[in-house]
Design a protein around this ligand. Structure first.
Ligand code: AKB
Length: 340
């Protein structure tokens, strides 16, 4: 008999590492991870890791022949800044990779006679407000507002959300006998900040970069204007959101794509929070106009009322406690270990 498994793609990335740690506490499923890169040794001991390319069909076929995949966390993606340098390559990974996996999950759902759960982290990059005036007028956007992304990554995420809905609700809609379809669920994340890892290739990276530089005792030149405002959330809340959405009874869900958020703050407020804990840090502002344009098109905040109502979403950490209880103690400990 095949073993029951949870598949995590992009597992060596920031969300992947945090998700593995959380899911390692459950015993029902074997964790199977997939990434181009090897995993960090501390993650590796909880999982069966496959180092390889999501776009390689034979690799996915091998995985489903060995495991009965009941849940997929599809995290693999090229982030917004990186994707702008190689848009077609980003499209390949972000869209073709997702399409292949949706097809596989559909086939598995039919074969098992039970929906495969497909959890997808989407992003504030799916939004695109035309200018700063409108951004100020819509401080907490709803899921259906301003879906006009300005980046390849944002376009990819928005389209993949739609593909997920298609495969969950309309796939083979002309067939006489409708097959069992997969169960696609997505969260649109704000910028994420981890105490343990640094992001790479994103546009919201200035927040975590500033904090990690301060904790290392290094100066930081921030690539955005001081008044730049977007929403953020700490990594442990982000992982909780993914797992909580996966655990929600299907009948409680009124949508397949939900905003989730914690706090919004301007880049100079971010600096003040960092200086509160690391007062000697030199933080300057040296805006990069291209990245600034992307950030100005992202909303100042997200309205996550539907997630709160439907599946009881609430972040554990607000602005103050994110820094005082999660980020600062863990990050100080992290760099102290490096020094020892
Ligand atoms: C990025 O900056 O590309 C990501 C995101 C907001 O999805 N962190």
């Amino acid at each position: 008999m095949r073993k029951k498994g949870i598949l995590i793609t992009g597992a060596a990335g920031e969300i992947g590492m945090a998700l593995i740690e959380s899911l390692s506490k459950q015993e029902e499923y074997r964790l199977i991870t997939l990434d181009l890169k090897p995993l960090e040794p501390e993650s590796e001991r909880f999982v069966t890791h496959v180092q390889g390319d999501l776009l390689e069909n034979s690799l996915l076929a091998r995985l489903v022949s060995e495991y009965e995949i009941g849940i997929i966390y599809h995290l693999a993606a090229l982030l917004s800044t990186r994707a702008e340098f190689t848009p077609e390559a980003a499209h390949k990974v972000n869209v073709e990779g997702t399409l292949g996996l949706l097809k596989l999950a559909s086939e598995q759902s039919q074969w098992r006679g039970e929906p495969v759960l497909f959890i997808f982290p989407s992003s504030i990059a799916t939004y695109g407000v035309p200018d700063l005036e409108i951004k100020a007028q819509f401080p907490h956007v709803r899921e259906w507002e301003w879906n006009y992304p300005r980046t390849m990554y944002g376009c990819n995420k928005l389209y993949c959300e739609m593909l997920g809905i298609y495969y969950s609700q309309y796939y083979q809609q002309l067939a006489v006998d409708r097959p069992v379809m997969l169960d696609f669920r997505a969260v649109r994340f704000p910028g994420l900040i981890s105490a343990f890892t640094l992001p790479s290739g994103g546009t919201s990276d200035y927040g975590p970069e500033m904090l990690h530089a301060a904790a290392k005792g290094e100066p930081y030149a921030c690539f955005v204007r001081e008044d730049t405002i977007i929403p953020f959330m700490v990594m442990s809340d982000a992982v909780r959101a993914l797992i909580k959405l996966a655990d929600a009874p299907v009948d409680s869900l009124s949508r397949r794509v939900y905003n989730v958020t914690s706090f919004s703050l301007k880049a100079n407020q971010f600096r003040n929070m960092v200086l509160k804990y690391f007062p000697d840090t030199q933080i300057t502002f040296d805006p990069d106009l291209s990245r600034q344009t992307i950030l100005d098109s992202w909303p100042a905040g997200l309205n996550d009322n539907d997630a709160q109502r439907d599946w009881g979403w609430h972040p554990i950490y607000d602005l103050e406690s994110s820094f005082s209880d999660y980020l600062v103690p863990n990050i100080v400990e992290l760099y102290r270990k490096f020094k020892d």
